[in-house]
Design a protein around this ligand. Structure first.
Ligand SMILES: Cc1ncc(COP(=O)(O)O)c(C=O)c1O
Length: 443
């Protein structure tokens, strides 16, 4: 079955969700795939594109998750398919560290052009977001000669040993997997719904913790998601990020923006850091960069990137030629269709719908986010007590009705909406209708 934007763009249920063909495959999955690899919505996908996923039973589901913020340009987007197919037929691998090729350098050129700041920039490419974050820390440590790393409450940076240490939430990411890497310290995040602090006050609180518990002289880098992803789409109060970035600059600390979930047009700009004019020293990217193929990058000030000795960065597959071709295709889609602008339109549509939903359902404590990265947080009405149980029931209803919604948050009480930017307004409105219906049906 061929996917891509030419798939019929509608929600169509021909069986219960999951249907019999998916259920049969689930038995096979249960027998062959490790139980630790979970599944949010157990339908097996046969094709996807535009704003839909089509399953093996022939159901067409509305995609409000983009495979966790990956298929930002849409599944099987034309320029991604064309460039990756051409590259597949030319060669699949040489290892860039053995014999280089243009695609890798072209992706680095695009990253130098598109990431915030006009300084000289260089990049190194990897396979996954976690690997990019690990390498950003390696680079910052060599560049500063210091060991310590500061991260924030509710942060998510990955599942490798160092990035588990950097991730805040225990279940399911860390439980039983320790001991974790050392020299990782956690500072309080700006979380306006829960702390009521201005950006400046929240930054002063974080800096105080850093200075008292770590000491600038020991600190290699501060790593922060400009809008937190798995932690609950927490948008820090205005001024928090710029204050942290300038404290880092004054203290010779490398400021790393983890834009793995928020970057590449998701928030209505190329990168979320741009909203407040923050220019990170290093920026980590992955997910949306390559339209679904595994690629990640660390991009940053040339003098910091070049601090590492020759041969110190790399990996067998990092910057695989097919993934690089896909990234160039994804960037072409973003530029030629002004997908940052489309993310802003999608954000406006979703905010209108979610604001109305909040008025009708006091269990929604807050609507937040930017562009096509929007969320609602559910609490017991009138309190900040997280309501994960209602969140799960609303999600189950949406799934049964053929709308793929994702939850997140330290307490599992946040819905995050991450539609592909190729979704039509009609489909997005229908997805939002089902979400609204789900709140009424579960009240
Ligand atoms: C902000 C952020 N950093 C890092 C990661 C880890 O990326 P990956 O799953 O590709 O290792 C994620 C993944 O969700 C993320 O959202």
């Amino acid at each position: 079955m061929t996917g891509g934007p030419s798939l019929p763009q509608h929600r169509k249920l021909v069986t219960a969700i999951p249907g019999p063909a998916s259920l049969e495959r689930l038995d096979r999955k249960k027998a062959l795939v490790a139980d630790g690899v979970g599944t949010t919505l157990p339908v097996f996908v046969a094709a996807a594109g535009g704003g839909v996923l089509v399953d093996v039973d022939g159901n067409s589901l509305i995609d409000l998750g983009s495979g966790i913020a990956v298929t930002t340009v849409g599944n099987a987007a034309p320029a991604v398919v064309a460039r990756a197919s051409e590259q597949l037929a030319a060669f699949t691998h040489t290892c860039f560290m053995i014999t280089p090729y243009d695609g890798y350098v072209d992706v680095c050129a695009a990253l130098a052009r598109l990431t915030p700041g006009h300084h000289a920039k260089k990049s190194a490419l990897f396979n996954s977001g976690a690997e990019a974050v690990e390498n950003a820390v390696k680079i910052a440590r060599v560049a500063t000669g210091r060991d310590a790393v500061v991260v924030f409450d509710h942060a998510y940076h990955g599942r490798t040993n160092l990035t588990m240490a950097m991730t805040a939430k225990n279940m399911p990411y860390k439980n039983g997997f320790g001991p974790f890497a050392g020299e990782v310290y956690r500072a309080p995040m700006s979380y306006p719904l829960r702390d009521g602090l201005s950006g400046a006050a929240a930054a002063a609180r974080a800096v105080d913790v850093i200075e008292k518990q770590v000491g600038a002289a020991n600190l290699a880098c501060v790593v922060i998601e400009p809008i937190q992803g798995e932690g609950g789409f927490v948008v820090p109060a205005a001024g928090f990020l710029p204050a942290l970035a300038s404290w880092c600059r004054e203290n010779g600390v490398v400021f790393v923006a983890d834009e793995i979930q928020a970057g590449f047009c998701r928030t209505g700009a190329w990168f979320a850091s741009e909203e407040e004019g923050v220019v990170p020293d290093l920026i980590t990217t992955a997910k949306g960069i390559a339209g679904g193929l595994p690629l990640a990058a660390v991009t940053g000030r040339a003098e910091i990137m070049d601090a590492v000795h020759g041969g110190g960065l790399g990996g067998t597959y990092g910057g695989n030629p097919v993934a690089c071709a896909a990234a160039l295709g994804a960037i072409e889609e973003m530029e030629s269709h002004d997908l940052a602008g489309r993310a802003r339109e999608i954000g406006a549509l979703m905010r209108t719908r979610l604001d109305a939903l909040k008025i009708a359902h006091p269990v929604i404590a807050e609507v937040r986010g930017r562009g096509a990265m929007m969320a609602i947080e559910l609490t017991t009405p009138g309190t900040l007590e997280p309501d994960a149980e209602r969140t799960a029931r609303v999600a189950a209803y949406c799934h049964a009705q053929g709308v793929v919604v994702l939850t997140c948050g330290t307490w599992g009480n946040v819905f995050r909406f991450l539609p592909p930017l190729s979704i039509s307004d009609e489909l997005l409105q229908e997805g939002m209708d089902v979400v609204a219906e789900a709140f009424t049906a579960t009240a």
